[in-house]
Design a protein around this ligand. Structure first.
Ligand code: ARG
Length: 488
């Protein structure tokens, strides 16, 4: 009996999973055939370029006249491409490892992010003609310079590289004796190098020079690679021929008129522009904090509404309400928030909804929080002594009345404190949505790290801000809790 029941449950669940999968399938095989790529961009009058602005002098953040801007020679190139098309340039920033996904799902039209064409990438996307040749360098701590002269000197050492880059591949292929540590952002690598967590970083030549020129504790080593020569190009969706031709036309012009040199000089000048730390970066922390608070508030608000609904479903007598709720809760609690965020961000695109990163972040956080809130509420209600319900019923109350007047008021006292903790958790977890480029506190920290070439100080400031937020909130909740207690 029991076996048959759980078998049926399993069968239904598999069917639902299959159904969901089949919705996604047709979309992935569509496309190709006609190429309207260029016309589409002209029609929407906007070219959306994706990049990871942690890469001076290619692309990085800088305060210009009190306003945060993404600058660098890649931006100058992007601007020229947009100008040549007669459309507006829109920059979307995200982690380097999210760029290919964003391009393939149509979140962005081009990747201009110091990206090198590789055989693996060419299977997924198309590339323009290269606009630059670069060599790869290895940076080490100043004191270690004489220790590391060739790639084999890193045997048994730990070498860092940015996640899913050609540098990562190079380290794996040519520094075979070393362990490779891959991180998402370049400033985090620098921090790890300075703190002796890793012994070297493989970096694109110009980026290595940029970081070294800003920090006397690190230097470029004499290490040379066999396959250290790479090219930099612009990526677009496969088959976007008209777009590619247009981009190539601009690149040819940049080469013919030798414009790149000017772009680079401009980028270098911007890199060295200095002001006091707080004047220059204070507003990043401020906007970041604001975004974090809004994100968490929205997440908890909608999470609470949806969560109450789920809790009621789970407590219901009909299994058609109980099961979906249970599965939802199990699924959400059993998968990482990071994965859920990516599913919402890229998934909505598959369904033709072009949600902003912020909207996606809010939705993902709400959906995630709902599962936890549902459990909090359910547990809160279940924790009320069974005898309470029995007593109420024997006094002649209906089930609904007993719930409303006897059970819920007692349950609320269990629920509210736990709900408060959930708010604190969401504030902290919201930092994860930085991966899709929502400008909240953690994201802004990365921006400041990259722009200031100070990998550590921004982290300390950010941790303090998070602490003030969560500590303040739990204090506030403590006061509310005590109030509730005295009303007993
Ligand atoms: N050129 C390298 C690659 O293609 C790294 C590029 C990283 N770019 C960035 N903006 N962080 O993999």
């Amino acid at each position: 009996m029991l076996k048959a029941k759980s078998l049926r449950k399993f069968a239904i669940f598999s069917l639902i999973a299959l159904f969901i999968l089949s919705i996604f399938m047709p979309f992935s095989s569509a496309k190709a055939a006609e190429d309207n790529s260029l016309q589409e961009i002209k029609d929407k009058k906007q070219l959306v370029v994706g990049l990871s602005a942690d890469y001076p002098p290619y692309e990085f953040h800088q305060t210009i006249k009190g306003k945060d801007e993404i600058v660098g020679f890649d931006i100058s190139i992007a601007q020229k491409i947009a100008d040549d098309m007669g459309v507006k340039l829109d920059i979307k920033e995200m982690g380097f490892d999210s760029l290919l996904g964003a391009l393939k799902t149509g979140k962005i039209d081009l990747i201009i992010s110091g990206m090198s064409p590789t055989p693996e990438r060419l299977k997924e996307v198309d590339f323009s003609d290269p606009y630059m040749d670069v060599i790869q360098k290895v940076i080490v701590r100043k004191a270690d310079k004489s220790k590391f002269k060739t790639t084999s000197d890193f045997d048994g050492k730990s070498v860092g590289a940015q996640k899913q880059t050609t540098q990562e591949e190079l380290a794996q292929k040519e520094m075979t004796g070393s362990t490779v540590t891959s991180l998402q952002k370049v400033p985090d690598l620098i921090l790890n190098l300075k703190n002796n967590k890793i012994d070297a970083i493989v970096l694109e030549g110009p980026v290595a020079d940029a970081y070294v020129s800003q920090d006397d504790s690190i230097v470029v080593s004499d290490v040379k690679f066999v396959n250290g020569e790479k090219q930099t190009a612009i990526a677009m969706q496969k088959g976007a021929t008209s777009l590619k031709n247009q981009v190539n036309k601009t690149i040819t012009e940049i080469k013919d008129e030798n414009l790149l040199k000017g772009y680079q000089d401009e980028a270098n000048k911007l890199m060295f522009q200095k002001d006091s730390f707080f004047n220059q970066y204070g507003h990043y922390f401020l906007t970041g904090t604001l975004y974090t608070i809004i994100l968490a508030a929205i997440g908890v608000f909608f999470g609470a509404i949806l969560g109450s609904l789920l809790a009621l479903m789970k407590l219901s007598k009909t299994r058609w309400l109980r099961w979906p709720a249970s599965w939802y809760i199990e699924f959400v609690r059993g998968t990482p928030l990071l994965v859920q965020i990516f599913i919402v961000f890229f998934g909505t695109q598959v369904f033709g909804l072009n949600l902003s990163a912020f909207a996606s972040g809010c939705i993902a956080l709400s959906l995630n929080s709902a599962a936890y809130v549902a459990e909090i509420i359910r547990a809160g209600i279940s924790a009320v002594n069974k005898g309470q319900m029995e007593a109420a019923r024997s006094l002649g109350m209906t089930q609904g009345k007993a719930m409303r007047y006897i059970i819920l008021p007692q349950a609320v006292k269990n629920i509210l404190p736990a709900l408060g903790n959930e708010f604190v958790t969401v504030i902290k977890e919201s930092s994860i949505v930085s991966v899709i480029g929502v400008g909240e506190l953690m994201f802004m920290t990365g921006v400041v790290q990259g722009a200031s070439f100070k990998p550590f100080v921004p982290l300390i400031i950010t941790s303090l801000i998070y602490f003030v937020l969560t500590f303040g909130l739990s204090r506030l909740l403590g006061v509310a809790e005590r109030r509730l207690k005295t009303s007993d």
